[in-house]
Design a binder for this molecule. Sequence first.
Ligand SMILES: Cc1cc2nc3c(=O)[nH]c(=O)nc-3n(C[C@H](O)[C@H](O)[C@H](O)COP(=O)(O)O)c2cc1C
Length: 214
Amino acid sequence: MRKHLFSTFTGIGLLLALLIIYIMGTTAMADMKINQQAEKDDMLLSIAEARRSTRQYTDEPIASEIINKILTVAMLAPSSYGQNPVEFVVVTDKAKLAKLAACKRIGAPSVRQSAASVVVMVDTSKGELWAEDGSVAATYLLLAAEHYGIGACWNQIRLRDGRKKSASREICELLGVPSRYEVVCVVALGYPKEKLPPHKKESLDKGRLHFDFY
Ligand SMILES: Cc1cc2nc3c(=O)[nH]c(=O)nc-3n(C[C@H](O)[C@H](O)[C@H](O)COP(=O)(O)O)c2cc1C
């Protein structure tokens, strides 16, 4: 009888121990999930805060793996009708970078100085919202560059003059791009010579936000 009671208590004890371990485990996992989500939220915010237009670069080249990662993010950008009409030409040759910069009449010093510049161009036969499509992809590119520690600067091309034609046409001719394409911008990339101070969410003008009614 005593032996029976003993084994019953041991069994209950074991069950209780397992239950406690289970509860502790699930609580720890829930905490981990909350922390991971908080880290994720902070990551995007800190990239958006840290991103600045960087126009001065060191001479260090950017590894092709990094450029490919940045372009992969840009290619994941949403596009009108899901047509993915945005294409990219990466220029790293110094002489070509100088020619590319000169396609914009007022010049594009950050492109000339850059380790690599990405021409963001759109196939206009794929839809009328090409300017928006190019701009969204370029924005993804800027954020991805920041994420990988690369300084970047948007150089406006759409609606800008070249030397003889529009800057967009001159770039397409320089790079052998078919005439149905329009260049939205050229994003200059390079390791920053100096890090500009980040934007801070605290300094944003909350008056720009409206909910339900202006
Ligand atoms: C649509 C657009 C066009 C821009 N065009 C140029 C440009 O042609 N040349 C340039 O140096 N910067 C250009 N910029 C960068 C802006 O000057 C810069 O984003 C702005 O001054 C805010 O500074 P920040 O990027 O450091 O926050 C452009 C940015 C945008 C979004």
